[in-house]
Design a protein around this ligand. Structure first.
Ligand code: SAM
Ligand code: SF4
Length: 322
């Protein structure tokens, strides 16, 4: 599938739920109006969309949320995606709070890879930024995921100036010890991130990258993945370091993704509210209308965001899945 700018789109992010057990300050308000449960796609309906999308050219999917592990019976969806949809890869992004109990089932269901979001290694800060999170629980979840073979694991850390930027080197040092990929994310001006009172702010991570390359003699490396991150590693280290820099080093020119929201919308770009609502077509099981809707989303996919010029995006990030 190509969009009107000639970009190949072969990657679908699937949000399976807009609810979450945390409330990270940059992502989700404390009180939020969730989708009406009757509008949330069932597993059968998600499978219907993925089968159509796969025939159109989607090769890999990522399961996201809200928090995907809050969705009851999630391993059953993974199993069906693995066995019914002819995908090259199924990955998942999670906050890790429920990972310790679910890692084994997810692996057995056929999940290929996971990303776990850990912004800080300090329990007090972790609680502060996530509002309800417990760092120890997440680290035990990570440990379990490594033990059951959901590897190599990626750790996502949103870096906020004045909040956790003093932990950049400590987070990087994890790559010297374990076969993990630590990825630093620039704050995107979406939803809650627009009003981060006292919780830090945007930090230019291209400058951080340049400093780390110099200080630790990092070399560029390839890394398996469908996303926009660029990867580096310290000589001899088992792990890698990635940077997601949508603002300081824009990557829209290579965007290969579209999104399916939990209530059945196809979103062609994270930065815009633009979408094609496919819920009714999905409910009817109308493959032709679903295919037409996906192609329509490609047709209207914008060239890219303009966040670096001050554009802001109002949608709550947790309903988009990142
Ligand atoms: N709940 C899961 C999690 O936290 O990993 C999956 C959904 S979450 C929306 C996906 C990713 O988006 C997380 O790594 C999170 O840190 C990141 N994220 C959320 N809001 C963001 C923002 N304003 N800027 C940059 N990244 C953000
Ligand atoms: Fe929940 Fe993930 Fe958003 Fe945090 S980043 S509030 S864990 S959806």
């Amino acid at each position: 599938m190509k969009d009107r700018f000639g970009r190949t789109v072969n990657y679908l992010r699937i949000s399976v739920i807009d609810r979450c057990n945390l409330r990270c300050h940059y992502c989700m308000p404390l009180h939020v109006k969730f989708f009406d449960p009757k509008d949330v796609l069932s597993f059968d309906e998600i499978i219907t969309v993925v089968k159509v999308a796969q025939k159109l050219g989607i090769e890999s999917v990522r399961i996201t949320g809200g928090e995907p592990l809050v969705r009851p019976q999630l391993p059953k969806l993974i199993y069906r995606l693995k066995n019914e949809c002819a995908l090259k890869e199924i990955a998942l992004t999670t906050n890790g709070m429920l990972l310790e109990s679910l890692a084994q089932d997810l692996k057995e269901a056929g999940l290929d890879r996971i990303n776990v979001s850990v912004d800080t290694l300090r329990p007090d800060r972790f609680r502060k930024i996530t509002r309800f999170g417990d760092l120890q629980t997440v680290l035990y979840g990570l440990r379990r995921a490594i033990d059951v073979g959901l590897t190599p694991i990626k750790i996502n850390a949103v870096i906020l100036r004045g909040f956790n930027d003093d932990e950049i080197d400590d987070l990087f040092r994890l790559t010297l010890l374990e076969r993990v990929t630590v990825r630093f994310l620039e704050l995107m001006p979406i939803g809650e991130a627009l009003s981060l009172n006292g919780m830090g702010g945007y930090l230019n991570l291209t400058q951080v990258k340049e400093r780390l390359i110099k200080d630790y003699r990092l070399v560029p490396v390839q890394e398996k993945g469908n996303g926009p991150a660029r990867y580096w590693k310290a000589p001899g280290a088992p792990g890698k370091l990635g940077f997601i820099t949508p603002i300081s080093d824009k990557y829209c020119a290579t965007c290969s993704r579209i999104r399916l929201t939990a209530n059945g919308e196809i979103r062609p770009c994270l930065a815009y509210d633009l979408h094609v609502n496919l819920r009714e077509a999905i409910r009817r099981g109308d493959g032709e209308a679903i295919a037409a809707g996906i192609l329509k989303a490609l047709e209207i996919k914008p060239w890219g965001h303009h966040w670096e010029e001050g554009q802001i995006t109002q949608t709550v990030m947790s309903s988009l899945g990142g």
